[in-house]
Ligand binder design. Sequence first.
Ligand code: PMV
Length: 331
Amino acid sequence: MTVRASAPGKAILFGEHAVVYGKPAIAVAVDKRASVTIREGSNDHIQVKIPELNVYGVINTETGDVSQLNSEGEVDQKPGTTDVGIMKFIKSALSQTDLGSSLDHGLDITVNLEIPIGAGLGSSAAITIATLAAAARYKGQELSLENLAQMGHQVELEVQGAASPLDTTVSTLGGFLYFTRERGAVRIKPALEMPLVVGYTSQPGNTGILVEGVRKLRQAHPTIINPLLDVMEKLTNQARESITRGEEKQVGELMNINQGLLDALGVNTTELSRLVYHARRAGATGSKLTGAGGGGSIIAYCPGKTREVLEELESVENAFQVGISSKGVTW
Ligand code: PMV
């Protein structure tokens, strides 16, 4: 039997980090996806292949140990940390659905990725949601979207530590979402086009470490950081209104202000700043880092200037245009 599922990556337009403290965020699913194929294995173990990253791993079904293989099929003694990280998400997703321990045969799992890793575009959430959906399908288990998003969040908590359910929710549902921890996701109907360009640095950001850094800063300076998080909440709410009213200029301005606030939280970097200013110079109405920061990506909102911004960012780092995808997980 062969089953397949896929889920989109996401881009956060407003409210990252603040969302960890119960504040709202606005995020979109992007037209870049992770696809997971599961088929009966050629041996007793779970073999994972991620061709786009040249990652080949094995999960030992008896011990749960994860090892990475090199191109000769031998255990790689020095695997990249990002690659090991992805394997942990897959392993945790399989154990959430009990797949792996409940079978009398191994599994061959292939992950195909259109989303760059560690770029703040939700690649781990997309891999997690697609793995959960494919694993449930393999077992013939019915899962609601709500269950799937919840299980995805558990996986992120287990592997990454502190995380809000934002990434896994967007990856499950797709579309343009306003999200709070308390109320979950509400769909937004934008009254404007959202031409977006992503620029990504070659240095991936580590979400767990960055979230922890903000937690420590808040602990050290609560009277400064708490009001800052309150301002981020106001900003995201205002952005929601501007998006639904079609106020292009305001959306851009609010993105720029959000960038300043994220810098104050300590998650900006010189490389991200550079991209942010290059995008604005090329005509972006607004630009900011997106996701956890510390590396990863910026997102630029560039009505009428997509080509200019794309070319400018490509001259400095990697860049691509992203479309908003209404399609969440499919299986
Ligand atoms: O870097 P990403 O794509 O994992 O986004 C992280 C978003 C944060 O708000 C910083 C953390 C979270 O779990 O919401």
